[in-house]
Design a protein around this ligand. Structure first.
Ligand code: UN1
Length: 495
């Protein structure tokens, strides 16, 4: 098997050893196998990275947008050329399937292409002035040095969709990825290095959560973009407020799929399976709740359970694998505990639930695809709390309105999937469902780079990501009241 890669950080255009303790990333399907190993970043590295970004920010901000974009477009080509190899490494380090790993590297390339072309789009706006001889412009400028803190579950796509807009809009970046996926962070950084990104414009620090805390509290920081757990997001948001810098935080989800009686049940089955079990349910947009109309519930749940039971769960190194492990032993234990609590609270187990017993899967961090039905209306932790694993809880609904109410029965509001063939109901769902992203007749996960991404309610904090929304976060505006000379004849004429 492939040997472990030496873990390194990227500061001021140079790859360096960290000044912190030992960090090892392992293959979650075979935890005895090391993927990357080395020393994590320490406080002195944070200082150096911030100083390097601060020194680089003016030069990068003054670089023409098309020139900045050209670097991203070259990085996109490098990502595409390496999609197979880095996709394999991604699957090995994160645990998603080979197809998903390769697809994610290509998705990062697609994101780089979108932002790489941003120089061709509008860069501000013009307003009429109430005064003669004047126009009002709203121009945009980069924030300066932005921190980027990313989760394990999309080791290259989420970093791409934060770093690409940060760079294209002229910011310098200090990036702290999840410490479970350092190799893919090094790969994305290498792509930008090879593409010719000037030294200091992107700095990579691999390490524990304390690095993120040091970033958000740093006096030279001008903004922070975060994706991860609700707890960490809220702590960082409070610290960002304390430091007086804007934050964009994408946090939890407890996303519902709603299958109504008129739905195409075959399509709904396929899509709910993808939403709940792809990436082992480790997406903030994963389907973790299912609401199914009474009239079709027995038929739908029987088909869904049979399909889930047939999923091939195993090592992502095997191309036939349809679902891999979860990220760590701690994640597996916490998901299993959530399942046990649900059963204690009266849920019916439709499939899964129990730990695997075969040698290969006992050794890895595997959780079986699990579907639990909640009968009656008693509250249940599993309906409320995000487990971030392959666990779907189900409730039945007597009417479309009851289904919408159940879907909205959550503090979170990231995404939802509505399955119906009735356009009137779909239109009603658009109004009623309190979510940032609504999929009608497709799974709850998935996001295109050119449209806003983010949640309603407590799923997100600050401006949304992706598309033109990213500009709202990564730039600030200057409103310019522009007049010519006061002695000009035009002005004289109007006096
Ligand atoms: C997707 O739905 O494909 O952390 C992406 C997450 C989200 C990204 C979801 N921010 O899972």
């Amino acid at each position: 098997m492939s040997t472990a890669v030496e873990l390194q950080h990227y500061i001021s255009g140079t790859w360096v050893q960290g000044g912190g303790g030992i960090l090892t990333s392992v293959n979650p399907a075979r935890p005895a196998e090391t993927v990357a190993h080395g020393l994590h970043a320490g406080p002195a590295d944070v200082e150096r990275a911030m100083a390097s970004a601060a020194a680089a920010k003016h030069g990068w901000a003054r670089t023409p947008a098309h020139e900045r974009g050209a670097v991203l477009l070259r990085a996109a080509v490098i990502l595409e050329e390496n999609a197979q190899l880095w996709g394999l490494e991604l699957a090995r380090e994160e645990g998603k399937t080979l197809a998903e790993g390769r697809g994610e590297v290509l998705r990062a390339a697609q994101i780089f292409r979108y932002y790489g072309n941003d120089g061709d789009r509008e860069a501000g706006s013009v307003y009429a002035s109430p005064r003669r001889g004047e126009k009002i412009f709203v121009t945009r400028k980069p924030l300066g040095v932005v921190g980027v803190v990313t989760p394990f579950n999309f080791p290259i796509a989420i970093p791409a969709w934060k770093i690409a807009p940060a760079l294209t809009y002229g910011n310098a970046v200090v990036w702290k990825p999840a410490s479970t996926v350092p190799l893919l962070a090094m790969r994305l950084t290498q792509a930008l290095e090879q593409a010719g990104l000037p030294d200091g414009v992107l700095n990579l620090l691999i390490g524990p959560g304390s690095i993120g805390t040091a970033l958000v509290e740093h006096p030279a920081l001008d903004g922070l973009s975060f994706t991860g757990s609700t707890g960490v997001g809220r702590t960082l948001a409070a610290a960002a407020a304390g430091n007086g810098v804007p934050i964009q935080a994408e946090m939890g989800g407890k996303n519902a799929a709603i299958v109504l009686a008129d739905a195409d049940l075959k399509l709904a089955t396929e899509q709910v399976i993808l939403g709940a079990f792809r990436s082992s349910g480790q997406k903030c947009t994963a389907t973790s709740r299912l609401i199914v109309a009474d009239a079709v519930a027995d038929e739908f749940l029987a088909g869904l359970a049979a399909t889930a039971r047939s999923l091939l769960v195993g090592d992502p190194a095997d191309p036939s694998t349809q679902m891999g492990p979860v990220i760590s032993g701690a994640a597996r234990e916490s998901i299993q505990r959530g399942i046990t609590t649900a059963l204690d609270q009266g849920a019916d187990l439709l499939i899964g639930g129990l730990p695997y017993e075969d040698t290969a899967r006992v050794a890895g961090h595997f959780v079986a695809p699990t579907i639990l039905e909640l009968k009656g209306t008693a509250p249940a932790d599993i309906w409320r709390d995000e487990l971030f694993g392959p666990v779907l809880s189900v409730r039945r609904a007597a009417s479309t309105q009851a289904a919408f109410d159940l879907a909205n029965d959550s503090d979170f509001g990231l995404s939802a999937a509505l399955f119906t063939q009735d356009v009137t109901i779909a239109l009603k769902g658009m109004d009623e469902l309190d979510v940032g992203i609504l999929h009608v007749n497709s799974e709850s996960a998935g996001a295109d780079p050119h449209v806003p991404f983010g949640g309603a309610k407590k799923s997100g904090y600050g401006p949304k990501e992706q598309g033109q929304s990213a500009k709202e976060f990564y730039t600030h505006t200057t409103t310019v009241y522009l007049q010519g000379s006061h002695s000009s004849s035009l002005r004289g004429d109007s006096a």
